[in-house]
Design a binder for this molecule. Structure first.
Ligand code: ADP
Ligand code: ZN
Ligand code: ZN
Length: 749
């Protein structure tokens, strides 16, 4: 609140012009005139204001205070209202500016994206308050004073059990009313106090709620190295095989940071923020752990944001967007499973949370720890060059090393539900030995295509260049690219034959086969279809964790992130998708996924086996992965990337164009290509421009997609070219064509 007693003469001078970031796609600031009473500390960047914009009123953020504008004075509109006295946090503002600049995105849009909903809508930035009620006097005295008011007597007895008082919601949850509280308050038997909604309740003194584990030698070496860099920017890679105890190292690192009175920010993949992960953090620390996930309401998100900003939240853990959480006293950033694709946002503001985390740690001068069993080639290259400290964990605390991949030849063998006889035999053995089996298949539905055996017709999507997936539960054809659905045809639309056959297996088909083959064993299918309701997923996991012999058929939803202690055999139905794909990252991503999936086998007290079915058992990359492991393949892929001039040795910026009419998209993309080439020639920048070329799936949802690629060995040159191209597109693109720029694209689709 503004202090009305402030002497107006001592206020800082009011600037003539406020330059404001407005939530629009336009990459510029907008000039306004300040109006109303200036804030106590004067006009500063980071203050939110309400402004007239076109016919609407929007919430914008002051970015600069200037003495003059390019607009003539009479065109300069005044702001409607000032919303803040204090600016938004400086570290947050810096990160947004960095993000907008790096990803060539509108600053107003970026700020909007990074702000909790209620703040976007103009709600005041202050902690929501809750009330706490506390008995004022000894229980017996209070009861004496009350006479015969049974509910109030009970309420007194309840409060007497809680020395630190109780919050309103805890009291009303037990059936008491506000009126009863008010009654006791009026008699002065209890007191009422206010506190922020997310107070770090009961946390003082001892940090730990349970003792930390004694570390093994490798963990101890890693932790010592991390402790030594606590007071500076210190980028580290914790490169440890699955189950090697990376999380234990995170926990003890955080302990050190909290001990200094500072905060820890932990980023995990979307699929990794499981109740198990959270409970590991919550069990360890007495300090509150604030989790940012998609299940929060807007107000809960604001509470978490505020608690982090004010420093009341010592540990913040969240998925991608949690990188935009301000911290009062940053102490460390940890990115778990740093290679995971979900850290990159694939639409709108296409940022990579791991890369932003690196920039942020650098700016704040704090250590950053990237953890993975299968580091991205980007991170591995940095570690190899010595820019990141390379910490390794090669041993598992449990007795068993991660299982080796055993390749199983699919060629010329009869398949049932995607599985060949050796795999089925192995499943039988594992079940006999009372183990659980995880069958990994990265395709939902019954079968990835439906074909006519007479004429060769294949069910295709009317709106995309793709095939329809056959589902049986319930029966229908679904396009997994646009969600278009049609009933399952009874006869071939081409020749009328009724001989329509599913080609290949998806989760539903494998589930069906396994149910037939092993009628006495429960089969649990876990994919997006079977777990649309959240409780369904939790229920399945509870069943599975009871440890009875059972078959789990799942997509990466199950294969990543979840701890499945009773699995002794993993079968990968088909490992070939990434081997010959056109996308240059496909092999890397598929190797990472294979290793993660394999890591589910033999986590507890039993050794595990991993069978990988393939049509290419002699593929040199797959062999290398199976025989020598991920690191060997990764270093070889790095060499290939260097030779081919691909990331991480060259930087990429991909411009995507799309339109309803193919020629609109093509003309725009070609004009952009011509323009940028001409500009590059005059500037002599070391940037290559490739294309335009059709996107790998050219027609998607009835729209045509093309792309234009910029690449350079010099990041600064690439950014200069990207910025110029964006400027050109902003002024030249027609409404019929949608375009976007993707800096450091993760896929070329
Ligand atoms: P990661 O994060 O590398 O996959 P985890 O931290 O989940 O590995 O550790 C795997 C298992 O080993 C967990 O059950 C964990 O409690 C246990 N563990 C980790 N470190 C130790 C240790 N130093 N001593 C004993 N058990 C450990
Ligand atoms: Zn036919
Ligand atoms: Zn489609």
């Amino acid at each position: 609140m503004a202090d009305s007693r402030t002497d107006p003469d001592s206020s800082p001078p009011v600037p003539r012009v406020l330059r404001i970031a407005v939530p629009t796609p336009l990459r510029r600031l907008f000039d306004y005139r300040p109006a109303g009473r200036p804030p106590v500390g004067g006009w500063r960047p980071g203050l939110r204001v309400k402004i007239p914009f076109g016919r609407r009123h929007l919430v914008g953020i002051v970015m600069e205070c200037a003495a003059s504008s390019e607009l003539p004075a009479h065109q300069l509109k005044p702001i409607t209202e000032r919303l803040d006295d204090e600016p938004l946090p400086a570290d947050w503002l810096w990160l947004c500016q960095f993000t907008a600049r790096y990803y060539q995105h509108s600053l107003g849009d970026t700020l909007q994206h990074a702000l909790p909903g209620p703040l976007r809508q103009g709600r005041p930035l202050e902690a929501r308050i809750r009330e706490r009620w506390q008995l004022n006097t000894r229980e017996a005295l209070a009861l004496d004073a009350l006479g015969r008011a049974p509910r109030q007597r009970e309420l007194v007895q309840l409060l007497a059990q809680h020395r630190h008082g109780m919050i309103t919601s805890a009291i009303t949850a037990q059936g008491y009313t506000r009126a009863q509280l008010q009654g006791l308050l009026d008699k002065a038997l209890i007191t009422r106090s206010s506190e922020p909604l997310m107070a770090s309740e009961g946390w003082s003194g001892a940090l730990l709620a349970e003792p930390s584990l004694p570390l093994n030698r490798e963990q101890a070496v890693a932790l010592a190295a991390l402790h030594e860099g606590l007071d500076r920017f210190h980028p580290c890679l914790l490169h440890g095989v699955t189950g090697s105890g990376k999380t234990e190292v995170y926990l003890q690192l955080i302990e050190g940071v909290l001990g200094q009175g500072r905060q820890a920010l932990v980023l995990v993949p979307e699929i990794g923020l499981t109740p198990q992960t959270l409970s590991r953090f919550r069990k360890r620390f007495r300090a509150p752990v604030v989790a940012l996930h998609s299940g929060l309401t807007d107000l809960e998100r604001l509470d978490a944001w505020e608690a982090a900003r004010s420093g009341r939240a010592p540990i913040v853990i969240g998925t991608r967007s949690a990188i935009f959480t301000p911290l009062a006293r940053p102490g460390v950033i940890i990115v778990d499973e740093e290679h995971d694709g979900s850290f990159k946002q694939q639409d709108g503001l296409r940022y990579h949370a791991r890369d932003l985390a690196m920039a942020r740690a650098h700016r704040d001068g704090v250590p950053i720890l990237l953890g993975s069993a299968t580091p991205s080639l980007e991170t591995l290259a940095q570690a190899r060059s010595g820019r990141y400290r390379h910490l390794r964990l090669t041993q598992r605390p449990s007795r068993h090393a991660p299982a080796k991949l055993e390749l199983v030849d699919l060629r010329g063998r009869l398949r049932q539900g995607g599985l060949v006889p050796p795999a089925i035999d192995a499943i039988r053995q594992a079940l006999k030995a009372e183990g659980q089996v995880l069958v990994f298949i990265n395709r939902r539905g019954f079968s990835p295509s439906l074909a006519c055996h007479q004429c060769g017709w294949i069910a295709e999507c009317r709106h995309c260049d793709s095939r329809m997936t056959l589902h049986r539960q319930p029966p229908r054809l679904v396009c997994h690219h646009c969600e278009h659905q049609t009933p399952q045809p009874d006869a071939c639309p081409g020749c009328g034959s009724a001989d329509l056959r599913p080609l290949g297996a998806g989760t539903e088909r494998t589930e069906e086969t396994l149910t037939t083959l092993f009628p006495d064993v429960p089969v649990y299918r876990i994919d997006r279809d079977s777990t649309r309701r959240k409780e369904a997923f939790d229920q399945l996991l509870t069943e599975i964790r009871r440890g009875e012999p059972s078959l789990l058929v799942g997509t990466q939803m199950l294969a990543k992130g979840h701890h499945l202690p009773h699995v002794t055999l993993v079968v990968v139905v088909n490992a070939d998708a990434g081997l010959y794909a056109s996308d240059f990252r496909a092999l890397e991503q598929s190797a990472q996924l294979l290793v993660q999936v394999a890591g589910r086998a033999g986590r507890a007290d039993r050794a595990g086996r991993v069978l990988v079915q393939t049509l290419h058992p002699d593929d040199p990359n797959l062999r290398l992965l199976a025989d020598d492991g991920y690191d060997a393949l990764a270093y070889q892929m790095l060499e290939e990337r260097r030779v081919a001039g691909l990331p991480p040795y060259r930087y990429l910026a991909l411009t995507r164009f799309e339109a309803t009419r193919e020629e609109d998209a093509r003309q725009m993309a070609e004009a952009a290509g011509d323009a940028v080439r001409e500009w590059l020639a005059t500037r002599q920048l070391p940037v290559h421009c490739l294309g335009p070329v059709p996107a790998p799936m050219e027609r998607r949802q009835n729209r045509y997609h093309l792309q234009l690629m910029l690449s350079s060995e010099k990041r600064s040159a690439l950014h200069e070219a990207g910025a110029w191209l964006v400027g050109w597109l902003e002024s030249s693109a027609t409404r019929r064509v949608r375009w976007s720029l993707d800096i450091d694209p993760m896929t070329l689709s």
